[in-house]
Design a protein around this ligand. Structure first.
Ligand SMILES: C[S@@+](CC[C@H](N)C(=O)[O-])C[C@H]1O[C@@H](n2cnc3c(N)ncnc32)[C@H](O)[C@@H]1O
Length: 293
């Protein structure tokens, strides 16, 4: 079932009017703008209003986000809890540290530009501490961070946004790791439910999730159809596994213990070899970029 973002916002009690989401659009210009082929665009900024409305609807006490990026999703979720005045902590994981400079497309009100900025710099300048202190930034790859979740006595989660590595193995790892620390009735939102080379969200949702849950428990959300695309929005879909509707199989038993036992070491090897390959690639590129005297 494909639902447009406008329909979903209305269903959640949020507004489908673009004007009502000025704050999120402004934040997207600070934290979610993209730059490609000489153009700046906002990409799928509608995930901000969607996350905001989902958080106000489910009122989760603890949220887990895989993939902080520059923080747009986490900030929108945090603001939703502040506005609705309930306690909420957002635990968000990224392998890029908040103090590391990255190429950052930003429009601070004077037009879009490409700069080298850190997440900390942008957040300190533009976002109030009453919002950012609700967000716990966890640095590392999702496997290392999640392995220590219980050891660090972190809490069970009520809502999970999976938006880190998008290949099938990483999405599956993040889903399993999320399930492992989820309370029953926890909902999961997957970004990039799309048929794109190297993306595995569609495969995971279609093969591993939909056949195991009751009809209607998974909704595909079209975050760009029926909305104004004059800001350069692109076709984009997300998938929502509604924990309130999962009654055919308890979330905690999604995968058999044997599947998990076999999957984890395979993913470890896969993940380490990918990391080594990308380090070697980066070293080679650095070597090629050395000036010749
Ligand atoms: C699309 S961005 C996240 C956007 C963010 N959720 C938002 O709503 O603005 C994906 C992020 O995931 C991070 N990432 C990718 N694979 C990861 C992994 N295995 N562990 C931790 N972070 C990862 C990347 O560094 C990147 O910043």
């Amino acid at each position: 079932m494909i639902v447009s973002v406008k329909q979903k916002l209305a269903q959640l009690g949020g507004s489908a009017e673009i004007k009502k989401w000025d704050q999120q659009r402004h934040w997207a210009r600070l934290t979610a703008m993209k730059y490609s082929s000489g153009n700046f665009h906002l990409g799928h900024w509608w995930r901000g209003p969607l996350l905001y409305s989902l958080v106000q609807y489910y009122k989760p006490r603890h949220i887990l986000e895989f993939g902080t990026g520059r923080g747009y999703g986490a900030l929108c979720m945090g603001q939703a809890s502040l506005d609705a005045q309930f306690e909420c902590t957002i635990w968000t994981i990224d392998n890029v540290p908040p103090t590391q400079q990255q190429e950052w497309a930003i429009d601070e009100g004077t037009g879009p530009e490409l700069r080298q900025l850190t997440l900390k710099q942008v957040w300190d300048k533009h976002f109030p501490t009453k919002l950012t202190r609700r967000i716990k930034l966890l640095t590392g790859d999702s496997m290392s961070v999640m392995r220590l979740w219980r050891h660090k006595r972190r809490p069970a989660i009520d809502f999970c946004f999976i938006d880190g590595g998008h290949n099938y193995w990483t999405v599956k790892h993040d889903f399993i790791a999320g399930l492992d620390v989820a309370r029953s009735r926890c909902s999961f939102l997957f970004d990039d439910y799309t048929e794109r080379k190297g993306y595995g969200v569609t495969r995971l949702v279609n093969r591993d999730i939909i056949p195991r849950v009751s009809r209607g428990a998974v909704e595909v959300l079209d975050t760009c159809s029926h909305v104004d695309t004059s800001d350069g929005s692109v076709v984009h879909r997300m998938a929502l596994l509604n924990g309130m509707q999962v009654d055919t199989i308890p979330l905690g038993q999604f995968y058999s213990p044997l599947t998990v036992k076999v999957f984890v070491p395979i993913y470890k090897v896969y993940s380490y070899s990918r990391n080594i390959a990308s380090c070697l690639r980066a070293k080679c590129l650095r070597g090629m970029a050395l000036p010749i005297h």
